[in-house]
Design a protein around this ligand. Structure first.
Ligand SMILES: Nc1ncnc2c1ncn2[C@@H]1O[C@H](COP(=O)(O)OP(=O)(O)O)[C@@H](O)[C@H]1O
Ligand SMILES: CC(=O)OP(=O)(O)O
Ligand SMILES: [Mg+2]
Length: 400
């Protein structure tokens, strides 16, 4: 009998999960799955590591209780992997605030602190925390572990972590935290394995998914990132505006008769690709569309991504390596090449054939900047963190 951990990755547009076996050599995937809520009838799919479908269920669109999903996933695991011992559930928690620079066991006290951070990630934090309570109810006593998007950026120092507002707000926690850290950590680790000579070099990782952000790295550690106090700052996203003149918010509130709730909804849910195109938040749909507004939304996404990559390069005082990851970064060759074109002046040159084939290294021979496509794996990062935390809990030794 071997030990396993179930990892839940609740993002803004999907819930992904993975079941990992925990041998001493590191977590091994047994199956993974996705709850896709984009379709009219949300779909639950579980696949083997080879990509074969092991289980599929279509949920009634009126069934908005994700608790049913988790009960279904746990029942499936019991049935198919009953010979293993489920040791813990590992959760991606988007906001860890100032207190958590690494993974922690989810006690009631920790839960309360994380729930209090909901206003700083209103789209994500409730979705991340809801399964914790659900699982507590259906599997009392099962260890649950929180792994944070913010933790990787605790290495970020001032001035990168500072806003230009009076210091008293910084003391109250109003500072730049950054997100997508579990993804950046995984990609930085893969990059170190593929190209160890680049670890000490000036690297920017572009996580371009439904949520999107950049991380500037030196020696594999985060020194700057584009998201701030909340996952609203920085790049244009699926439904989020990214960086915006704060005067816009004042104007909307004072002269467009909008409440703070209206403004929150506008900036988190109705902006970004969705708002600019008026068509969709999904990059695939926009790239396939012949509408001018779709093209304009994609152009703005590319323009801003290139601008902010140059901003990260300023923090690093140059750029040696650029890595694309996330749903768009991994799959949208048009976006990678358009961003590359805008960064020619920085020495970026992308090889068209390598880019079309989504090879691991896509920079041309003449490029001053090494360019890679590295698929992210937030679930594996969480599983690794869980294995480390479980080893510190005496009553849960990991079997060799
Ligand atoms: N083949 C593709 N071509 C272009 N865009 C894609 C492709 N596959 C996925 N995407 C885009 O990736 C985005 C979702 O990214 P993902 O990282 O999966 O999201 P999440 O932030 O929810 O984890 C969507 O905009 C989607 O359109
Ligand atoms: C932090 C964040 O934006 O996450 P996601 O990409 O899952 O929306
Ligand atoms: Mg994501």
């Amino acid at each position: 009998m071997s030990d396993t951990v179930l990892v839940l990755n609740s993002g803004s547009s999907s819930i992904k999960f993975g079941l990992f076996e925990l041998p001493a050599s590191g977590p091994d995937l047994l199956c993974n799955g996705l709850l896709d809520e984009h379709e009219a009838a949300p779909r639950l799919v579980v696949k083997s590591p080879a990509g074969e479908t092991m289980f599929e269920a279509r949920k009634d669109s009126s069934d908005t209780d994700s608790g049913h999903l988790f009960a279904e996933v746990l029942a499936f695991i019991d049935e198919r992997f009953g010979e293993h011992r489920l040791r813990a559930i590992g959760h991606r928690i988007v906001h860890g605030g100032p207190d958590y620079s690494g993974p922690v066991e989810l006690t009631d006290d920790v839960y309360a602190k994380l729930a209090a951070l909901t206003p700083l990630a209103p789209l994500h934090q409730p979705r991340c925390l809801e399964p914790v309570r659900t699982i507590q109810a259906i599997r009392r006593g099962l260890t649950q572990i929180a792994c944070f998007d913010t933790a990787f950026h605790h290495s970020m120092a001032q001035p990168a972590s500072r806003f230009a507002i009076p210091r008293r707000y910084e003391k109250r926690g109003v500072r730049r935290y950054g997100f997508h850290g579990l993804s950046f950590e995984y990609v930085a680790g893969r990059l170190a394995a593929i190209a160890p000579q680049l670890v000490a070099k000036r690297t920017v990782i572009a996580h371009l998914g439904n949520g999107a952000s950049l991380c500037a790295l030196r020696d594999g550690r985060s020194v700057d990132t584009t998201m701030g106090l909340t996952p609203l700052d920085g790049l244009v996203m699926g439904t989020r505006c990214g960086a915006i003149d704060p005067g816009v918010l004042l104007y909307l509130q004072q002269h467009q008769n909008m409440s703070s709730e209206d403004i929150q909804h506008l900036l988190y849910n109705e902006s970004g690709l969705r708002g600019v195109s008026g068509i969709s938040a999904d990059m695939r749909t926009l790239l396939a569309s012949s509408e001018a507004a779709a093209r304009e939304a994609v152009d703005l996404f590319v323009f801003r991504a290139a601008q902010e990559i140059a901003m990260m390069a300023t923090t690093l005082e140059g750029l040696d390596c650029l890595v694309f990851t996330g749903g768009i970064g991994e799959h949208a060759k048009e976006i990678r090449s358009a961003i590359g074109e805008r960064l020619r002046w920085l020495g970026v040159s992308i090889d068209a054939a390598a880019n079309d084939a989504a090879r691991e290294r896509i920079s041309g021979g003449d490029s001053a900047v090494e360019v890679f496509v590295i698929p992210t794996n937030e679930e594996l990062t969480i599983a690794r963190h869980c294995a480390a935390v479980l080893q510190t809990i005496e009553s849960y030794p990991i079997s060799p």
